[in-house]
Ligand binder design. Structure first.
Ligand SMILES: [Zn+2]
Ligand SMILES: [Zn+2]
Length: 255
């Protein structure tokens, strides 16, 4: 087996488009979430020269449609699906899926050499039993956090010392407050089990990023309540506080 450098690519993100993240290490590859329709997941993979027939596992964060709308992709290629017990139940995959548990680090079947370990961590979101995943490959530690309303201590400590951080920054607080969402939806988005604001994500990155060339990828931005510029500004300011400068100490991509 060739131990190539780990490739991490967010193939798609957003509550309309759906989220899917690719992590590949030479011969082995996994997806986190399968939000877009299966034909689109296939297309995104081929567009990036990734082989859809060579996916070894799919890890699902939670049952919302923008994270598992294309889960049938797994059946087409006979790929095992890993998720929490609660998520598998919602997906009606309790029989076939592989159950993972909060902070119980495990090894993906057959991938011991390249995907060293996976640690699922409970997140705070209005779904049955949502998780984030921290992946350690032979050369890279990757934290993939999908929807959450709060960043807990467990999440922070599991993510510590990552090389790649994939985090959501869903909304700007002022844009959400002054926008045209009805009050119930505003409350849902900003609640402890909704989504993260730019400020919350920036604060977490302030405590996580050490400035040794980490790669930060910001996802799941609201089209109505955020702009890439505002998200980027919030994160840059939070990291300036630690004396860290974009492209010198860290890389930042806002999708
Ligand atoms: Zn979502
Ligand atoms: Zn969700």
């Amino acid at each position: 087996m060739s131990l190539n450098k780990t490739i991490v690519k967010v193939l798609s993100t957003g509550s309309k488009e759906g989220s899917v993240v690719y992590i590949g290490t030479g011969e082995s590859s996994i997806l986190i979430d399968a939000g877009p329709a299966k034909k689109n997941i296939k297309k995104f993979m081929l567009d990036n020269n990734f082989n859809p027939a060579k996916v070894d596992a799919i890890l699902i964060s939670h049952e919302h449609k923008d994270h598992c709308g294309g889960i049938a992709f797994a059946d087409d290629y006979k790929i095992p699906v890993y998720a929490s017990e609660g998520t598998l139940k919602e997906l009606k995959r309790s029989e076939t899926g592989k159950i993972v548990k909060h902070l119980k680090t495990f090894i993906l079947d057959g991938l011991r050499q390249t995907f060293i370990s996976v640690t699922p961590v409970n997140v705070m979101h209005d779904a049955a039993e949502p998780l984030m995943y921290v992946i350690q490959t032979h050369d890279t530690k990757i934290s993939v956090m999908m929807d959450t309303g709060t960043i807990t201590k467990d999440m922070l400590s599991a993510m510590a010392m990552s090389d790649v951080y994939i985090l959501e920054a869903n909304y700007d607080e002022d844009m959400l407050a002054n926008g045209d969402y009805h009050d119930g939806l505003k409350y849902r988005v900003s609640s402890d089990t909704g989504h993260l604001s730019n400020a919350q994500t920036a604060e977490a990155l302030n405590s996580l990023v050490r400035g040794i060339g980490e790669h930060i990828i910001i996802t799941h931005m609201s089209a109505k309540n955020n702009t890439p510029e505002l998200a980027e500004q919030a994160i840059k300011l939070a990291l300036f506080d630690k004396g860290l400068v974009k492209n010198k100490h860290y890389k930042l991509e806002v999708l």
